[in-house]
Design a protein around this ligand. Structure first.
Ligand code: ACM
Length: 265
């Protein structure tokens, strides 16, 4: 089972360009599961809420249907980030699509920086999708900063975490190793490259799309600034083995009765 993390310089405000670029890069690297960046159709560095609304679509919208066509034609799965239009506003969401259509939509719960000005905070729990290809979990970019995100997905049996991102904090590609290791899951992060200079605010993205094994081994990594993809062959059943040794198990050795949330700050 081959997972492919795709990265490119998403062009702000040009979903058609971005969709076609995604298609070209996916066609170049055949795979079973693709992960594309966060907000990969719209771009990220919004000036105001009107731009967010103009560049949003429903979870079953036009681009979702076009991704579904690709997925059906190639018999593959695709996760991608997009601005999800609902009647009350817009979520920073990720769709998971398979040959039978839309499997699920995750709405980012940990909004980063100015996203808090434009997006509704996610209103659904992180959850695993039990698909014919394996148990897949979704989280979006800054969710990585909260260890609970990957843990909650792992506790539900997730074998592979798909992680569409627009990373600006340089720690993430290395930190994902520990989400993989601590939880005994595969992780595949897709992060865009390039810069967006809008309204006097420059954002520079760090590329380095990255895939780890449940033992925290680096399986594949893309460059800081080249468009393209990185990919790896995964055996998802390996993510069901949580033992570290005869006496310790990533899940069973936890001591949840001592983890109750006591706030001291
Ligand atoms: C981020 O959550 N896009 C940094």
């Amino acid at each position: 089972m081959k997972v492919v993390a795709v990265q490119w310089d998403c062009r702000f405000g040009d979903p058609e360009f971005n969709f076609n670029r995604a298609m070209e890069l996916m066609e170049r690297e055949p795979g079973d599961i693709y992960v594309l960046p966060e907000l990969c159709l719209s771009g990220y560095n919004f000036n105001d809420i009107r731009e967010v609304e103009d560049l949003s679509e429903e979870s079953h919208g036009n681009y979702a249907r076009r991704f579904m066509d690709f997925s059906l034609e190639r018999n593959c799965y695709i996760s991608y980030g997009f601005a999800e239009k609902v009647s009350e506003g817009v979520y920073n969401s990720a769709n998971l699509i398979g040959p039978d259509g839309l499997i699920g939509t995750y709405r980012k719960i940990h909004l980063f920086n100015r996203e808090t000005l434009f997006f509704l905070p996610g209103d659904r729990s992180l959850k695993v999708y039990d698909t014919p290809i394996g148990k897949l979990g979704l989280m979006v970019c800054f969710d990585w900063f909260f260890p609970e995100s990957a843990r909650i997905l792992a506790l539900q049996g997730t074998e592979l975490i798909l992680h569409p991102s627009n990373l600006v904090l340089s720690w993430c590609p290395d930190a994902m190793r520990y989400h993989a290791l601590w939880n005994g899951v595969y992780t595949a992060t897709s992060n865009r490259i390039g810069k967006e200079d809008r309204g006097g605010r420059l954002i520079e993205y760090i590329g380095r799309s990255i895939i780890y094994s449940p033992q925290g081994e680096l399986l594949a990594e893309a460059s800081y600034d080249d468009e393209g993809a990185c990919s790896a062959e995964l055996v998802l059943s390996l993510a069901r083995e949580k033992k570290l040794n005869r006496y310790n198990d990533r899940i069973q050795s936890r001591q949840p009765e001592f983890y109750s949330e006591i706030s001291v700050i």
